[in-house]
Design a protein around this ligand. Structure first.
Ligand code: PLP
Length: 399
């Protein structure tokens, strides 16, 4: 029986959601009816398809985007005593992946236009930390909302200071810069992906580590499965049953069931990204000339629009962000904010290293005070987009 709240639920617009069809369901069912559920032949096929489509030597899938980042920091050998630069505005996992291996994340301000890590702030941080006797090992940068970082600039900084670069590309599958695909690892050691339902393609939960480095790839594969080797990789095999744990690893494997969904979704990635870009163009056109500041796509960059992050000068509107959220919620429009700066989290705020993090990040603070994520996913219709625009502008006008 359908109730009023069911109807409202169907009308409800959220910032992101999966886009599934019959072909996806068939692909999963086929695996379910076959013999192999967990890591098996479909994992290999999904990995091959990812590496093919993105132009990278190795794609290693794992059970989510957070474990992909953990595998990255572990495979790079970061650990206690190391400092890793992270933009102040990203998802928790971007910092936690360094903390997991005993390294310390250090929050760096973002650039106002692209909202990705600020290169001058990064270089300044490296010099200050080095002068204070700290060892900076790497940067985990995020292509926030789907806009690629300045990867050429980051590579130059990394080369100057002997750092490793990780691209947290959980927002930017399908994006490119200078004609180079995100995921190709042209300017970074490792790229990580997430296949959470709000991301560009989904496997329910899932993730991937991408690299062109054979040694890193081998270590990621080993760490994904308890740090073990078997067969000819073993030095002292005493039989076909034997495996040897040569370092402390994890069970971060993805299943054949999930990879079947991933393969089916990956085929649709180009159309998904095209639709996201068309929706972004509609928003940007509709908000032109209003108080709403729309995201910028830098020259030479193809934005993948995982998020559509609008910015509103709430201090000048007579309307708080909480009030905007409330008014939109009344119209079944659920807004979000990406993200609360990392240094505002109690866990990090308690650590002395982060006591001055907010003062060092004025652009992040202002971005955080203004940003609102509007619905962005391929199934959003043109009339949904129109409804979002009218609801947001209506709330602003009625203030
Ligand atoms: C989603 C996301 C992750 C983590 O992915 P999960 O699959 O949810 O673990 C990491 N970084 C960023 C920027 C993300 O958006």
């Amino acid at each position: 029986m359908s109730t009023r709240s069911d109807v409202n639920y169907l009308k409800r617009l959220t910032y992101g959601r999966q886009c599934l069809d019959e072909a996806d369901a068939r692909a999963v069912l086929e695996v379910l009816n076959g013999g192999w559920l967990t890591q098996g032949p479909i994992v290999d096929r999904f990995e091959a398809a990812l590496s093919d489509q993105l132009g990278v030597r190795h794609a290693i899938v794992c059970n989510n985007g957070t474990t992909a980042l953990h595998l990255a920091t572990a495979a790079l050998g970061w650990g206690p005593g190391d400092v890793v630069l992270v933009p102040a505005i990203t998802f928790l996992a971007g910092a936690n992946c360094s903390a997991y291996v005993g390294a310390e994340p250090y929050f760096v301000d973002i650039d106002d236009q692209s909202q990705t890590i600020d290169l001058n702030a990064a270089e300044h941080a490296i010099k200050q930390l080095t002068a204070a006797g700290r060892r900076v090992r790497g940067i985990v940068a995020v292509d926030l909302a789907g806009h690629p970082c300045d990867w050429n600039g980051l590579r130059a900084i990394a080369d100057r200071h002997g750092l490793d670069l990780v691209d947290d590309a959980c927002h930017s599958l399908g994006a490119s810069y200078d004609g180079l695909k995100i995921g190709g690892c042209d300017q970074c050691e490792i790229t990580t992906l997430s296949f959470h339902p709000v991301k560009h393609i989904t496997t329910g939960e899932g993730g991937a580590v991408l690299t062109n480095d054979d040694a890193i790839a081998a270590r990621v594969r080993r760490l994904r499965s308890h740090g073990t080797v078997r067969g000819t990789e073993m030095v002292d095999s005493d039989g076909p049953w034997a495996y040897d744990m040569i370092e402390l690893g994890f069970n971060y494997r993805l299943t054949d069931l999930q990879c079947a969904l991933g393969l089916s979704q990956l085929e649709k990635l180009p159309q998904f990204v095209d639709r996201r870009r068309a929706i972004a163009a509609r928003y940007t056109e509709a908000f032109a000339g209003t108080v709403v500041r729309t995201p910028v796509e830098r020259a030479g960059v193809r934005h993948a629009y995982h998020l559509y992050t609008a910015r509103l000068p709430f201090d000048q509107l007579g309307l708080s962000r909480v009030q905007l959220f409330d008014r939109c919620r009344e119209q079944e429009l659920l807004l979000q904010v990406h993200y609360r700066p990392l240094y505002m989290n109690t866990y990090y705020r308690q650590q002395p290293m982060h006591h001055d993090a907010a003062q060092r990040a004025p652009v992040s603070n202002r971005y955080y005070s203004e940003t609102v994520s509007l619905p962005m996913y391929p199934d959003l219709s043109d009339s949904d987009v129109q409804r979002v625009v009218e609801t947001v502008l209506g709330a602003v006008r009625s203030a």
